[in-house]
Write a protein that binds this ligand. Sequence first.
Ligand code: GDP
Ligand code: MG
Length: 168
Amino acid sequence: SNLEDENYDHFFKIIMMGDSCVGKSNLLSRYCHNKFTLEFNSTIGVEFVIKVQIWDASGHTKVRAITDAFYRSASGALLVYDVTRHITFVNTQRWLADLKNHTDNPNMVVTLVGNKIDVRQSVMVATEVGKSFAEKESLDFIETSALRATNVDKAFNELVNTIYRNLI
Ligand code: GDP
Ligand code: MG
């Protein structure tokens, strides 16, 4: 689509990061269809239209050009792991390192997302473990279920709100 044709006050690019099968695409499809317009009133009563474009990685690519394009100009990221697979939590450290190597935005907002909390009997990464890692790395933290639509809107909306608040 041609972004210049549309009216908006702010444009944010958000990227979905994390190992394959952690639920990135399902979180995204729960929330929207890749692109949406979020409207809300600021405290001074002026309505802003914020356009958010979300990029979903199909996998960890080794093609440099694609990697660069994926990270370029991103305002925020959802860094997703699967609470039932500990390795996906361990690998968030690698995703963070990759992000730091590629991002051109030092003020990037990253939310650590522990997904699949509906599978309660199989949880391998306790909430407190995720939360304390997030604190250590200065990330926001939330647990979600794309299946049950738990905290999915909240994860995206709070990320967008934080990016927006950092601007003003
Ligand atoms: P991606 O590779 O990170 O994009 O992961 P997908 O969104 O394709 O999901 C991978 C698998 O996990 C699929 O079989 C989904 O149905 C499943 N899945 C995704 N989110 C959840 C969730 O919140 N709970 C459960 N139980 N399964 C999920
Ligand atoms: Mg996917």
